[in-house]
Structures are given as C-alpha cells and as structure tokens.
Design a protein around this ligand. Sequence first.
Ligand code: PGA
Length: 252
Amino acid sequence: MKRKKIIAGNWKMNHTIAETSGFINEIKGHVSEISDVDIVLCPTFTSLQTAVNLTRDTIVGVGAQNVHWDRNGAFTGEISLAMLLEIPVDYVILGHSERRQYFGESDETVNKRLKSTLTTLIKPIVCIGEKLGERESGITEKVIARQLNDSLNGITADQMDNVVIAYEPVWAIGTGVTATPDQAQEVHAFIRNLINEKYSANVSENIRIQYGGSVKSSNADDLLSQPDIDGALVGGASLDCSEFVKIIRSAE
Ligand code: PGA
C-alpha cells in the first residue's frame, strides 16, 4: 500500500491570530489543487480556532502542539482533549523534543497523552529522536527503540492506524544541520522494523513516519524521496508561506 505523505508545520511559539489569518489566506490559493498530500498546520493554542475556521473548506488540517491526558481539573496552563475536540482540531503533536527539554516531558507522559488522545478521533504525531551526544556515542538505535517502546506501551495494532511518528534528531532541530537523506532513511527503516516486530507487517507498512529537523525547500526533495520517509514535520521553514508550499510540492 502506498502511504500518503504528510507535511505538517510546527509553528511553535510563533504567529499571533492576525499572522495566522494572513498565512492561511495566503496558503489557500496555493494548495487548492493538491489532493495527494496531507497538509497540517500546528499554530499556538490561541490561534487554533481561527485556523480551523479559515481552513474549513480546504484540504489543510489543523493540529495542536500538545494536550494534557486528564479530562479536566487543577492543571494550570494545560489544555484538555475536550477543549481541542470542541474547536475541533485534526491532529496533536506529542512529545516534541522542546517539550522534553524545557517542560519535563518523558516517554511515560507521552504515553499517557497518547493513550488519552487515542480515545478520540484526533490523530497524534508522536515525536522521538536522539540527542547529539547519543548519536556520537553510537546509541541512536537504543535510544529510538526505548522511546518508541515506552511511548507506545499498551497501544493496540488497531489504534496504530491513527498514529503518525515523527523522527526528529534533536541535533537537527532549529540548528540548520539536517540529517543526510541516508542518515534519516536508516533510522526510519529501523523504526518501521521495530513496529513490524511489535505489531505486524501490515501495521508497519501503513504507519507514516515523518522526518523533522531543519527541513527546508532545498533539502525536501532528497529527504522525501527516501522509501521510508513519509513526510516532514517542519519548524522554522513552515513560518514562511512560500517556503512551506515548496516543501509541500516536494511531497507531491
Ligand atoms: P526545525 O524544527 O524545522 O526548525 O528544525 C522542526 C521541529 O522542531 O519540529
């Protein structure tokens, strides 16, 4: 089965509501004839409703950048699934390395968020990736296997239908240093193989694995032509509409 490519823009803490509107009004004209790529924008929480309203009759989906696992309660600053469903968003990014680095996210909390998300129709994008020191000391595969296993703990094969994995080597995020297509492909094939072992050939052939880390229009073609790279999670380059559209075109 051919996997549909998925290009997601992770805007992080960028773009106000006004800037979000401007971006979406601009991108609409460029993507109206695209049908063979899933396009997702992940703005900040405050811009989600605007993004959903403005993309309603387009193929552009909207994702949040995080969600809490509990239904509601005393969790100052957090957002629940019911709140995201009310908007409603299509996707949610879980376990981004910046959440792990600055906000104490761990494989265990990613797993809690994932389990809760999979009780809804919101599709999780689960981020994993090794740090520079881990790559340099030759333990990339060990780290990836641990992150994948612990994040997916208790998730069934059926539930995996809705999951997207994003492989984002931490050393490539926001640094301008991207993994070479070969380096990325090697880890993507490793992840797909792990999913085959944990679930089945069917699950591993269907799951989409995005690459993330300094993806831009100049390297997107080479990365997206690798057999196990099914899309991109784009940070910095997704803030510029024409640059993001070029990356989407590379996936077509
Ligand atoms: P970057 O970020 O494209 O700016 O490296 C990617 C990400 O963090 O998802």
